[in-house]
Design a protein around this ligand. Structure first.
Ligand code: GLA
Length: 715
């Protein structure tokens, strides 16, 4: 038995943000519990009155609401942490030792709470980083021990929370390629609901680690209590939601321990990824605006900065291009009014040219037939034309048909004695290996060294991990974790050397959208599905968790809708194009040019303003959402018809949100197709009060399938 400081009295530890409180309490016996999570009390002294431990058995010392539930001692429910000690014993207990608040700056505080096992030399520190104005908390844990030998961590969650309510409604997301972010909302029943991924890379492909929980009844846009959670991690994750016998909800989120028992040496520390959460008692809209604001300020690269409208060649050419064709496309970017031309897949590989997705991946040398003068001549061409140049890479992956694979068969993830198994004809590189990390960093570094004015990277990741095995690692149970660590090491090095260059996080669509990856990126690619009829829904759902500035929405030829509809839909985030400009009719081209110029005058509001969802496409025949600047003087409303049934459209006015009731606003229609006049009477002005209580009809119907309205204060 090792001595540990006993706690003479109960200690209540409130973590306060502008509207919310998360309150921990250490009981007299040292058990640390979550006693409150919700809208904060007016009088902070009253947190002491909140009932403390929630019982597990007949003994009050066993708490269901443990702030980090250990296993093998007094707990019989789902643990946050399970270990096998160096002596083979599976029992862990964790008692409160001390806590400390550190002020990071005027908005951010960090609470650390020390926990200790009374029997083993085993410690955990819980960290809660709180962002006051944004009502956001980031939580993670650090695990250490000083036992005589190694300890096996069998489960090691980032966070363990406890919600109290009478009913819980989980909104979760599933998906697949081109079907990202499909929502489902259901009432949680007793027992454990697990949301997880075992894909290794592209971890969010089938399920997202972002979710919401409403308390009582499903929260709406503007009403109800709702908790948003998301794991900042790009590998296997696991979220356990356990509804206990007292009808309270235990949330345990972290790395998926599947095939990943982690051997921790004495003196080493294991730091978990961050679990991110926010809470609102005023519905999903408030919670999402909190998160969006937080992401722009604290997470995304240059979240409050500028972005470029780009023209991509993927759908215009696929793998079939040459210098002349690209020179034309570069000129088309300029003609369109775009800022940047993005060269996609297919520019590399010589022995095995990348002419389709079966060969060449991994051989990052320009294909001499397609590009005899190299990338640098294209960069120059772009410069001379007055646009910037960006490039696609997928540096974590190889085709077996590549020179790279011939040279480095030991650098890929595969089982030594089993047949190779491919996803999109490719294998994943073993990023746990520092030599491979150097190689991947080198792909990016080489491009920039050769082309210092290169202005954009699209970083793709198209395969999941089959046959997980690393020739580099001695302990295969560390593989999934070391892969992700290796990935972050590379991205860290890239950002150290190239801090500002815009990078798009792509994973065959949105297979890897999470806030740990987004720390290194300016934007993400929500889905390869760019059919606007689908994108409205996909973008709508991403918008709950990610700000518009980070969502790359491109106008393509997917879908049957006119170019106006496609452009209007893409404009609700970061606008881009992937079309053959030369094939546009004169009017289509004129429309796109004017739309880009409208977009440029509104982009600051779309990217950095507040977003309000007005009419949900899931619940109506049309969708409507608006953005407004912080001064509440200017904004834009996007309206899209989503039903093709006869007579569908906006029959009633749409109530606006977030306006100043006392101000007067004028609303006029923009993005009008050449030759079409608006049905909207643009000269009239209305009070914010009127627009929020009575509303305004955008007049969306089968003849006006998308309507973009700009509003402005009238002085
Ligand atoms: C993935 C991306 C696409 C495109 C292709 C290229 O599917 O999501 O946008 O870049 O790869 O192969």
């Amino acid at each position: 038995m090792i001595p540990h400081p006993s706690v003479a009295q109960e200690t209540t530890i409130p973590i306060l943000t502008e509207n919310n409180a998360l309150v921990l309490r250490a009981g007299k016996n040292g058990d640390l519990g979550v006693i409150f999570l919700g809208r904060k009390l007016s009088n902070a002294a009253e947190y002491d009155e909140v009932p403390g431990m929630f019982r597990q058995g007949d003994d009050y010392t066993n708490s269901l609401n443990a702030a980090y539930t250990p296993s093998g001692a007094r707990n019989l429910l789902e643990p946050a942490i399970t270990v096998t000690h160096s002596d083979g014993n599976n029992s862990l207990d964790l008692r409160y030792v001390s806590h400390r608040f550190t002020k990071v700056d005027e908005n951010v505080s960090l609470l650390s709470v020390e926990l200790k096992d009374p029997v083993y030399h085993f410690d955990v520190t819980l960290f809660y980083k709180s962002y006051y104005r944004e009502d956001v908390i980031e939580q993670w844990s650090e695990i250490r021990h000083r036992e005589k030998g190694n300890v096996l961590l069998q489960k090691y969650a980032s966070a363990n929370l406890y919600l109290k309510g009478d009913r819980y409604w989980l909104k979760q997301y599933h998906g697949d390629w081109a079907r990202e972010m499909q929502p489902e909302e259901s009432q949680l029943t007793h027992g454990i609901k697990t949301i997880d991924s075992k894909l290794g890379t592209r971890a969010n492909l089938f399920q997202s680690s972002s979710f919401m929980i409403s308390l009582g009844t499903p929260a709406t846009e503007d009403e109800g209590a709702v908790f948003y959670g998301s794991l900042e991690y790009s590998g296997n994750f696991r979220v356990d939601l356990e509804l206990d016998y007292l009808n309270n909800l235990r949330i345990i989120a972290g790395i998926n321990n599947y095939a990943s028992a982690y051997t921790l040496k004495p003196g080493e520390s294991f730091v978990t990824p961050v679990f991110l959460y926010t809470f609102s008692d005023k519905g999903k809209g408030v919670a999402s605006r909190q998160l969006q604001r937080w992401a722009r300020t604290y997470k995304l690269v240059d979240g409050n900065g500028d972005r470029q409208v780009l023209l991509n060649n993927w759908e215009a050419t696929y793998f079939d291009f040459n210098e002349t064709r690209l020179a034309e496309l570069i000129k088309d970017s300029k003609k369109l009014g775009a800022d940047l031309f993005l060269l996609d897949d297919g520019w590399f590989g010589n022995k095995y040219p990348r002419n389709d997705d079966r060969a060449g991946l991994g051989d990052w040398q320009e294909n001499k037939i397609k590009l005899p003068n190299g990338i640098s001549s294209l960069v120059r061409e772009a410069q001379n034309t007055g646009v910037k140049f960006g490039i696609w890479i997928e540096p974590e992956m190889v085709n077996p048909k590549s020179e790279f694979y011939e040279k480095h068969p030991g650098w890929v993830v595969k089982q030594p004695a089993r047949a190779e198994h491919y996803f999109r004809n490719q294998l994943v590189l073993d990023l746990s290996n520092p030599e491979v990390q150097d190689f991947v960093f080198g792909v990016v570094d080489h491009l920039f060294t050769e082309n210092p004015t290169l202005a954009y990277i699209k970083w793709d990741c198209n395969a999941v991990i089959y046959n997980a095995y690393s020739t580099h690692l001695r302990n295969q149970s560390h593989f999934y974790i070391e892969y992700v660590r290796g990935l972050y090491r590379v991205l860290e090095r890239i950002r150290l050397k190239y801090p500002k260059v815009p990078m798009m996080l792509c994973s065959g669509g949105g297979g890897r959208v999470d806030y740990a990856a987004l720390k290194y990126f300016t934007e993400f690619w929500p889905s390869d599905n760019t059919d606007p009829a689908e994108r409205i829904f996909i973008q709508w759902e991403y918008s709950y968790f990610y700000p518009a500035v980070s969502s790359s929405n491109h106008v393509t030829d997917w879908g049957k809708q006119p170019v106006k509809f496609r452009t209007d839909v893409a404009m609700m985030g970061k606008l881009g194009f992937d079309i053959v400009v030369s094939k546009l009719s004169e009017n289509d081209l004129r429309f796109c040019q004017e739309a880009i110029s409208n977009y440029k005058s509104l982009k600051d509001i779309i990217w950095h303003g507040d977003q309000y969802r007005l009419v949900s496409p899931w619940e109506s025949e049309f969708a409507s959402l608006m953005y407004i600047n912080p001064e509440r003087t200017r904004g834009v409303i996007f309206n899209y018809l989503v039903s093709s049934r006869y007579g569908s459209g906006s029959k009633l006015p749409v109530k606006l949100k977030g306006l100043d009731p006392a101000r007067k606003y004028r609303i006029r229609e923009i993005n009008l197709y050449p030759g079409i006049s608006s049905l909207i009477e643009g000269e009239k002005s209305y009070s914010g009060d009127f627009l929020m209580k009575v509303g305004f009809n955008p007049q969306v119907n089968s003849g006006r399938t998308s309507v973009v309205l700009q509003f402005e204060e009238v002085l």
